[in-house]
Design a protein around this ligand. Structure first.
Ligand SMILES: *[C@@H]1O[C@H](CO)[C@@H](O)[C@H](O)[C@H]1NC(C)=O
Ligand SMILES: [Cu+2]
Length: 241
């Protein structure tokens, strides 16, 4: 029985990962994959101590050249990140697009200020969290909301942060295999932003790798038994102006 369950979950999960691949700013798309460092494969990162946990890469080589586009975003804008299973799976009606609906877990978004959003150096940055969604009081997961909303998750860019260039790291963590570490499947991509009209606040942040540990209750987590009623989203608290 256990073997069967493992075999089935492997069969389902192998082909149904996800990629953040389009950003909308106040309801206007910046274009499919435009300004986003998308990987050539949709697999997860499972080693939270690896540099691949910053903006993907490693086992999922990034599409090169990296995007030259930097997406203009007014501070305070409503921004929507859109995920799909693969770079060409949108609108195919595939039942596991935008993600396998069993890949339950949180959705988290960070920003890091950079001198140039096209920089290839992603180590050593300071990341502050601007959005998180986990398990709600109806015991529905953020990934279910993402799935039901056809891959789209919306959040606000803080009004008070300094204008300038940023990397936006949008992440899904799938917990179906997270009962031991490594097991949680982290899916993240970084978008290149130019934020205008901001304020003077420079939020303190965390480093990647470093923000997550394999022992974090949000990284090592049993999704199935006992049925979870609470979930602690990993990383720092959300920055609010
Ligand atoms: C960022 O936005 C500002 C304000 O609109 C603009 O002056 C600047 O050229 C932009 N920088 C980039 C790299 O797009
Ligand atoms: Cu997967």
């Amino acid at each position: 029985m256990k073997t069967l369950v493992v075999a089935l979950s492997l069969a389902v999960s192998v082909s149904t990962h996800t990629i953040f691949q389009e950003l909308w700013v106040n309801g206007v798309s910046a274009g499919h994959t435009e300004g986003i460092r998308v990987p050539t494969y949709d697999g997860p990162i499972t080693d939270v101590t690896s540099n691949d946990v910053i903006c993907n890469g490693g086992p999922n080589p990034l599409n090169t050249p990296l995007p030259s586009k930097v997406i203009d975003v007014p501070a305070g804008a409503q921004v929507t990140a859109e995920w799909h299973h693969t770079l060409d799976s949108a609108n195919t009606g595939y039942s596991s697009d935008p993600i396998d609906p069993g890949h339950l877990g949180p959705v988290i978004v960070y920003l890091a200020k950079v001198s140039s959003a096209t920089t290839t150096t992603v180590t050593g940055l300071s990341w502050f969290k601007i959005y998180e969604d986990g398990l709600d009081s109806n015991l529905q997961w953020a990934v279910t909301r993402l799935y039901n909303n056809k891959g789209k998750v919306s959040f606000k860019i803080p009004t008070c942060i300094a204008s300038g260039q940023y990397l936006l790291r949008a992440e899904v963590i799938a917990l179906h295999g997270a009962s031991s570490y490594p097991g949680a499947q982290l899916y993240m991509e970084c978008a290149q932003l130019n934020i205008s009209g901001g304020g003077s606040t420079s939020p303190s942040g965390v480093s990647f790798p470093g923000a997550y540990q394999g022992t974090d209750p949000g990284i090592k987590f049993n999704l199935y038994y006992p049925t979870p009623t609470t979930y602690t989203i990993p990383g720092p608290t959300v920055f609010n102006c």
